[in-house]
Design a binder for this molecule. Sequence first.
Ligand code: GLU
Length: 459
Amino acid sequence: MSHNLLFQKLLGKFFSEKVITRIAPSPTGMFHIGTARSALFNFLFARHHGGEFIVRIEDTDKERSKKEYEKDILDGLNWLELSFDALFRQSERTDVYAEYIARLVKNGRAYVSKEKSEKEGREVEVVRLKNSGTDISFRDIIRGDISFNTKELGDFVIARSIKEPLYHLAVVIDDHEMNVTHVIRGDDHISNTPRQILIQRALGMEEPHYAHIPLILAPNRSKLSKRKGSTSITEYREGGCLPEAMLNYLAFLGWNPGTDKEMYTMKELIKDFSLEQVQKSGAVFDSRKLDWFNREHLKKLPKAEVFRRVAASLSRETRRLPQYSDARLKKAVDTIIERVSTFKELGELSEKGEFDYFFAPPHMETDIQWKKDSIETAALVVSAVIGLLENVQEQTFTKETVKNAIWRYAEEKGRGTVLWPMRVALSGKEKSPDPFTLAEIFGKNETLARLKEAQQQLL
Ligand code: GLU
């Protein structure tokens, strides 16, 4: 069967049943990037098909599970706006599992086995599945046909006691009870699937569809770990990452629409997402790409919101400078956010005085800032620029008119020779936006005042 036909067959199945997906995080650590990405894919797939998305907290490991981690996971989902239709905790479902264990034992599909526990050093009664050792095959939506020989698994343990299921059994029971139609999870779970299918068969349950999504790798293609950068969603959130940017970035960790389009809103992701476009090979985590998404989404925020958040992020010292005003900030805001990936970074730079020249005449203490040509040339250039700009009308003092006024002179003299001292006179910095942008932000009076101040200093 061709890949396409096969897919259509699967699609046919999708339409005949209501899609229900889930994520099943274990609350044994902070909300991990990988869990968030699984949550997103499950969410997008469910929403795309008008289905439901469930969160199931797998907190049966009492020693390692912590409420604070559960809270971190739920807060993170909320921050990303991955709304869910139901929330379950395995710790609240022990009675359900006990019933199934009893049924398996009664039907002879599993048995209680008295064994010495290595961990506890005493005799325990575990429950083992009777495994006939047949070959198990399943069709993974992303990986294609997968087969396992299960002989070597033997009669594996499915419950610690007749009351306490182990991971595989609990997953199978829950997915069945919650009517999960599609199990979309990291491909480190592929090897768990045959065990889970054996348990489903012993319980006479229908098999869900499986889609194993590629692991997230560090830039050197090794396993992503904390040492190679943060793996915690909360850390990114606290670092000033925008949820829109994180979502967009996570979507592209293993999926792409097959076009050049990279900027996506949640609505567009729901519309375009498909498991068919998920890649098989590992997805490399690149924090520079995340920064890029952040900058791009930052620019897309409503203007009023950007203004409000930039104003709130600037340091108190910056906001107390003599030329600080809403009007000046409005003109400077686009230029200021060009410099940063997050509002938090903006705040940090502001603390260092990085944006002060937008709101106060610059200090020009050192000579190095004029180093491009000799001081004499700089003095000459600044005087000439003053003369040229005096002819530009105050009302139409824009990037374009300023550029037009000096361009011929700049071409004659050499662009660097003219633009460098002009820019330094306006910003006092070796690195800053181009002098035309700055002149427009400052307006005619302030631009001329700064140029004249520089002229004095250069004399
Ligand atoms: N609790 C498992 C985990 O944290 C997920 C199991 C599953 O998705 O089937 O990796």
